[in-house]
Design a protein around this ligand. Sequence first.
Ligand code: FHN
Length: 585
Amino acid sequence: MHPSIRRLAVAVLCALSATLACSVAQEPKPDEETPAQRDARMGWWREARFGMFIHWGVYSVPAGTYDGKQIPGIGEWIMNRGKIPVAEYRRFAKQFNPVKYDPDAWVRLAKEAGMKYLVITSKHHDGFAMFDSKASDWNIVKATPYGRDVLKPLAEACQKHGIKLGFYYSQAQDWNNPGGAAAGGHWDKAQAGDMDEYIRNVAAPQVKEILSNYGKLAILWWDTPVDMTKERVDMLLPLLKLQPGIITNNRLGGGYRGDSDTPEQHIPATGMPGRDWETCMTMNDTWGYKSYDDHWKSTETLLRNLVDIASKGGNYLLNVGPTSEGLIPQPSVERLKEVGKWMKVNGEAIYGTTASPFKQLPWGRCTKKALLVSTKLYLHVFTWPTDGKLLAPGLRSAVEQAYLLADAKGTPLATEATDQGLVVSVPAKAPDSLSSTVVLRLKGDPDIEPVLLTQKEDGTLALPALEAVVHGDTAQYESGGGKDNIGFWLNPNDWVEWQFKATQTGKFDVTAEIASQGTGSFELRLGNQKLKGTAPNTGDYTKFRKVSLGTLEIRESGKASLEVRPVAAGWQPINLKSVTFKPAR
Ligand code: FHN
């Protein structure tokens, strides 16, 4: 099924089950909350912007290897991927003895990195509780030589160092407790059982335990809501009342949207306007420890991800996967310390900031902070200008102050208002090769004139999906996982438009990059000219083909707009990556 259609179906089902759930589920929030109450509840989380994810469990013992073979995939899934029988997997617990576990050091590391909260797997899909549980003996106290609850001292360390604590809990997927493997498939009859009973007798009591026994909890992080009907959700949702003010994500299921959306391993190109969101990401390729995964992201990548996410209004939940001895891998420690060094100087440009008012910046990113009568823009410069001139494109506001965040003295930088926008004169050398911050304090709200796309010197005009203005209900810009296109284009009344500044007139050959599983027709409109097009059936919504659409004439210089509109009759969705004009030969 086309992914867009599947998503629509899921959305419809979710909406439907959310409506039905009203009569059953007692969602304590956000229905009963005013927007101001919600803002107050989410306040610390929006301020924080950066948190630590910890995937830790029995899977750190095999650490990616079972029966002498390296098991492909993420480390915490080894039981499932290796189809390890329950009794055999349970033997790994006998070797789980994290004698080097130092929760205080973990929390100090998170704090040193500039993180404000952490979320640890209290129970992952292998069903192993990292806490003392009365609901199942498959827990760290009863099944390991270590014999102690690891969450308790972590909660204490968080409390001591002022770090908010969250628990991850896999509510629907449990490969050890009978009935919990329904969602992920069985491979051992020991897993057989009834999922409702599993939720009633294991998941719900355990959620009650983690919400009751560790003091103030900031976050409950659900995961993989497979087969979570509203009846099952109803067994868990009321428990949240045990922790007033708790923040939950969107992965409980049953139509419950929670407080935050959770893009995983990617950063949405245009953020998620109107929603709180948090990208969770690994530092290498696995969440749970794998002894041979050395595919570490560089500090530069991690740091720029953090900046990128903040510039789109989201949080970054960055993962570490400790070993079975209780150590956070050294490459993670090093990177976190380096990020922390940067945060010491530049943290002001991350914490409590909101999304960039610029659509795109060729040299980096921007974050924003509204003050009483002024606004601070933080220009995060990844590519330092070689000519010492940094252009904030289209910025028309009066500048009260401009300086480098790394300059403790706050030496003023010269600024100049130009046709293109505000130009800041910066020193020849970047203060930080990873990302340097230029602060602009503006009078009032930023006044930014949108910068129009324009033709290249040879007359070529490139109109990429990211720059399109989308009109309608379903069509939207999609990115990540090889996508960079307008997709989800189910409604033939939706249309897209590019505004551009024509500098060269004449006739142009027009092409478009399209992926589709049908041959829907559409129309390009430029002023009163129209051009018909038919999508190629590329067989896959991620396989794009360039199609020639014919010729259009740019008749005069200046502002213009190109529209792409479906032809309603027989419309079949297309994914549109770009439209290009090239001077006709
Ligand atoms: O299956 C899990 C995975 O192991 C990991 O915990 C991630 C983290 O977001 N969540 C699930 C996949 O979405």
